[in-house]
Design a protein around this ligand. Structure first.
Ligand SMILES: [Zn+2]
Length: 205
């Protein structure tokens, strides 16, 4: 899995790939079968056009609010609804609504499974509620605050998980200090590995 900056991730396995929340057209310039976007804000959908044009058979999987903004791809769009799931090749997607802070736009997080690998992406949310009992190995969490969980709120939410994820990847940190978040998390949950990804870095799943 490669980190693309902000909340963007590119997951690859067995010659197929899934792109999640690309923030700009450059991060959409990757190969893949599926693009998933959690919500309609520019920093999560910026790579949709470049990805869909580059991959003419790919599908856009996203909630109805995002789909409404990208009607030009409606014949290749799958609507993601809370508590539903979808299978595409070896990839399985489980959709989990999670509350966006302040703006209240519809945010639907996702758990992506392929074989024994499980990756959770909560999008921009102030609660990880639907993810707590979902058995995710690796989860990406935002720490900006206000629009999303702050560092303290993210730690409080992660402590509720049963079982705890093995790995937490920090994303969407803006002016926050992601390294200090990981230090605080490792005090509270010493068995959980916390990663501050560099843009372009490959993270093992
Ligand atoms: Zn955002």
């Amino acid at each position: 899995m490669r980190f693309l900056g902000q909340s963007g991730f590119h997951l690859s396995k067995g010659g197929t790939s899934v792109l999640i929340d690309p923030f700009d057209s450059k991060s959409g310039e990757v190969d893949g079968e599926v693009i998933y976007c959690t919500h309609c804000h520019p920093d999560h959908v910026g790579g949709i056009p470049s990805f869909m044009e580059r991959n003419p058979d790919a599908i856009l999987m996203t909630n109805e609010q995002v789909a409404g903004k990208f009607k030009q791809f409606s014949d290749r769009t799958v609507i993601a609804r809370d508590e539903e799931s979808y299978k595409h090749g070896d990839w399985e997607f489980q959709f989990i609504a999670a509350k966006h802070g302040i703006l209240r736009d519809l945010n639907i997080g996702v758990i992506v499974r392929n074989g024994d690998e499980t990756f959770g992406h909560v999008g921009d949310t102030i609660t990880f509620e639907g993810f707590i009992s979902a058995m995710v190995d690796t989860i990406a969490v935002p720490i900006t605050g206000i629009l999303t969980t702050s560092p303290s709120q993210a730690i409080t939410e992660l402590k509720k998980f049963q079982p705890h994820p093995q790995t937490v990847v920090v994303m969407h940190w803006a002016f926050r200090n992601p390294k200090s978040f990981c230090r605080r998390l490792s005090v509270e949950l010493p068995n959980v590995k916390c990663i501050v990804p560099k843009k372009g870095e490959l993270i093992p799943l």
